[in-house]
Design a protein around this ligand. Structure first.
Ligand code: 6PG
Length: 242
């Protein structure tokens, strides 16, 4: 259940390769369709990749034709240290010439249910397709195989109507707002970015699975008419095949 894994010998190599892959996907989308609609991943892993993206390709990426979304957000304001938007603002947004109108953060400071409904509307009115389809989705994976804020055992996994939902995560005792599986699986391309030895166990476990499982939500990411691939550093991938 690890489709198309590419393993890099170090985190530095993964960072550079991921930067190149993201820049390439954006440029291809803009060349083909005039725009690129991207959902950024949260958490810690992507931070260094966003920082590299901000400097290494910035002059070649047509940021004015890119719209940025988030696959999920914590129920916190944008200046809170846990904010996924805040992390991207510090590592990427403040360093690139992207129009403010093209940056669509989830309102983590609002009541989660309202924030989810509002974001559903933002997506629907910003993306040209109906149902709305992202060009590129970046995702991480937790040690419990959650991705975005689709955690095992939560009803967000069963949401079939909405593209964005609010979910209370018991184990974290906190609310999250997340794109749902139907939204994520509509994407043209999904890239999982996985680094560090703390992920080796979960990567090994899901690499052994023969079929997707709700116990491991990341395995449910399988774009209907799109592509999913995994980019891992050697520490995260070290137990694959064992
Ligand atoms: C979040 C992310 C989440 C993240 C994983 C991995 O809001 O935390 O959307 O799905 O990608 O938890 O996080 P790390 O990159 O910090 O290990």
């Amino acid at each position: 259940m690890i489709t198309k894994p590419t393993i890099y010998s170090s985190k530095a190599e993964l960072i550079q390769a991921a930067t190149d892959a993201i820049a390439g996907a954006i440029k291809n989308s803009v060349a083909e369709r005039g725009t690129c609609y991207v959902a950024l991943a949260g958490g810690r892993s992507p931070r260094d990749i966003y920082a590299r993206l901000a400097i290494s390709q910035s002059d070649q990426i047509p940021w004015r034709d890119v719209h940025l979304f988030w696959g999920d957000e914590r129920a916190v304001p944008p200046d809170h240290p846990a904010s996924n938007y805040g992390m991207a603002r510090e590592s990427l947004l403040r360093h690139i010439a992207i129009p403010d109108a093209n940056v669509h953060r989830i309102s983590g400071e609002m009541e989660p249910g309202i924030a989810a409904s509002e974001y559903t509307e933002v997506i629907a009115r910003t993306l040209p397709t109906s149902p709305p389809r992202l060009d590129l989705v970046l995702l991480g994976i937790g040690e419990d195989a959650h991705t975005a804020s689709l955690f095992p055992g939560t009803d967000a996994l069963d949401e079939q109507k909405e593209d964005v939902t609010a979910v209370f995560v018991e184990k974290l005792e906190t609310w999250r707002i997340t794109m749902t599986l139907q939204m994520l699986n509509r994407a043209r391309e999904v890239i999982f970015l996985v680094s560090g030895k703390s992920k080796a166990g979960i990567v090994q476990l899901i690499s052994r699975l023969k079929a997707p499982s709700k116990e491991y939500p990341a395995t449910l990411i399988d774009p209907n008419h799109g592509d999913v691939r995994w980019m891992l550093d050697s520490e995260a991938a070290r137990l694959i095949g064992t």
